[in-house]
Ligand binder design. Structure first.
Ligand SMILES: Cc1cc2nc3c(=O)[nH]c(=O)nc-3n(C[C@H](O)[C@H](O)[C@H](O)COP(=O)(O)OP(=O)(O)OC[C@H]3O[C@@H](n4cnc5c(N)ncnc54)[C@H](O)[C@@H]3O)c2cc1C
Length: 407
């Protein structure tokens, strides 16, 4: 009797999708199709170093072409934009009109920057950094700011307030503020320039930066940001963004040269038209096995899903959660292919901790719910985590590259 392979489609080659892929690709009785609109996996968690010119573009983008090449014909990569899903017909609809059928589907489409329409001018005059294209643009704007400062060295009084504003002081906003401030300060100081650096403002509507995280993390990070010269404004909302200024809820207006918004996310726009249970921001509602409610063979992981812990509390979207949910969903699909009951649940989600990069070789750590420390040790742990994630992928890409070339 012929053994028919199960087809697994993974929609999205980010942190969650690649972990699911890693769990399933060792099987010989499956064919996997990975679909992404980009030919690379964008390492959002490492982007602060890229913006501050410490790394280059290949440090934040891993090739999905050679990565899937590593799996020797078992995994096919399709570069296409997904337009919709039909959970009844078990198909994924692509923007070129093609349909791809599946036995099991993992939706790992991540999220987009959410620009609240209540903030007038926000969408028009700022941008997010949730795509490589935008991160690259932001880096260029930052470089232009540096160039302007150098040009004005002879008359720095012309524009003493070169202001970069970051709206939203979550983990990503904080790390970017620290990287830019540290870089711009050291850039001028170490090179013996008379002109000062640029001003980096971090504006947050909540009472503190990184609201809701461990108090040690908040306090220590805030202290380090201030030492770097970051101007922190908390408990104050951005009300209006004009071309060259930002109006705050306390009545003040800050001159703005450019601004990045890291104040919120929403699910991928594709999910807007998907007929499935969703929350108000279109995140898919999943059961404890990461299956989209009502669909046995459709899983959703990472930022595009609303994932709750054992106390029914919604977990914040992080790369860590995307990786854990991708891994557990992959294991559950594997069990189902073996005609077993899936047993990996949200109860297994166990976070290792939080590491915040605060410029240069400094970081703040809160690990295993008990270890709190900062400085170079925390920085080294953070680097180790990044390298530990990235290097195995790069090693596979190198092998995949040779396999692709040998074909
Ligand atoms: C600056 C920054 C710093 C961060 N720092 C941290 C940190 O230190 N620690 C941490 O845990 N988290 C951090 N995060 C959050 C983390 O990056 C996200 O939670 C994580 O990327 C989510 O992974 P994911 O797999 O769900 O989605 P993603 O990694 O975003 O992957 C989604 C994939 O789906 C693809 N896709 C989307 N729509 C379509 C479509 N229509 N068709 C085809 N493909 C599509 C995308 O191209 C992408 O490859 C940070 C985020 C940012 C922006």
């Amino acid at each position: 009797m012929q053994n028919i392979k199960k087809r697994i489609v993974i929609a999205g080659g980010g942190y969650g999708g690649l972990k699911a892929l890693g769990e399933l690709a060792h099987r010989n009785d499956v064919e996997i199709i990975l679909i992404d609109r980009h030919p690379y996996h964008y390492l959002q968690t490492d982007v602060y170093d890229f913006i501050a010119n410490k790394t280059n573009i290949t440090d934040v983008a891993v090739s999905l072409v050679t990565l899937t090449g590593y799996y020797c014909g078992k995994v096919e990569f399709v570069q296409a934009k997904i337009e919709n899903f039909d959970f009844t017909a078990n198909t994924v609809l692509l923007d070129d009109g093609n349909k791809i059928e599946y036995d099991y589907l993992v939706i790992a489409l991540g999220s987009r920057t959410f620009f609240p329409h209540q903030i007038e001018g926000l969408y028009e005059h700022t941008h997010g950094i949730k795509s490589l294209k935008w991160a690259f643009l932001f880096k260029q704007r930052f470089e232009q700011a540096m160039h302007k400062k150098v040009e004005e060295e002879g008359s720095c009084a012309i524009d003493p307030d070169f202001n970069i504003i970051i709206g939203g002081a979550g983990l990503s906003g904080v790390e970017i503020a620290a990287a830019m401030s540290e870089y711009s300060q050291s850039f001028f100081k170490h090179s013996g320039y008379a002109c000062g650096g640029v001003n980096v403002y971090l504006v947050e509507g909540a009472p503190s930066i990184m609201n809701g995280l461990d108090p040690y993390l908040i306090k220590t990070t805030e202290k380090k940001l201030k030492a770097l010269g970051v101007k922190i404004i908390t408990g104050t909302r951005i009300q209006k963004v004009n071309e060259n200024s930002v109006e705050l809820s306390d009545g003040k207006t800050i001159k703005m040269n450019f601004m990045v918004w890291t104040g919120g996310i929403k699910a991928s726009p594709v999910l807007e038209c998907v007929e499935a249970p969703k929350n108000a921001r279109n995140h898919l509602l999943v059961d404890k096995y990461f299956r989209v409610n009502g669909y046995e063979n459709v899983f959703a992981v990472g930022d595009c899903a609303e994932i709750k812990d054992s106390n029914d509390k919604i977990l914040p979207p992080t790369a860590q959660l995307a990786e854990i949910s991708g891994t557990l969903a992959g294991k559950n699909i594997s069990a189902m292919i073996d005609h077993k009951i899936p047993k990996h649940t949200t109860d297994e989600i166990d976070f290792k901790g939080v590491l915040v990069a605060v410029g240069g070789t400094d970081a703040v750590a809160y690990l295993m719910k008990k270890f709190r420390f900062s400085g170079i040790l925390a920085f080294l742990v953070k680097k180790l985590v990044c390298v530990g994630y990235k290097e195995p992928l790069i090693a596979k890409c190198r092998i995949g590259m040779k396999k692709c070339a040998a074909k």
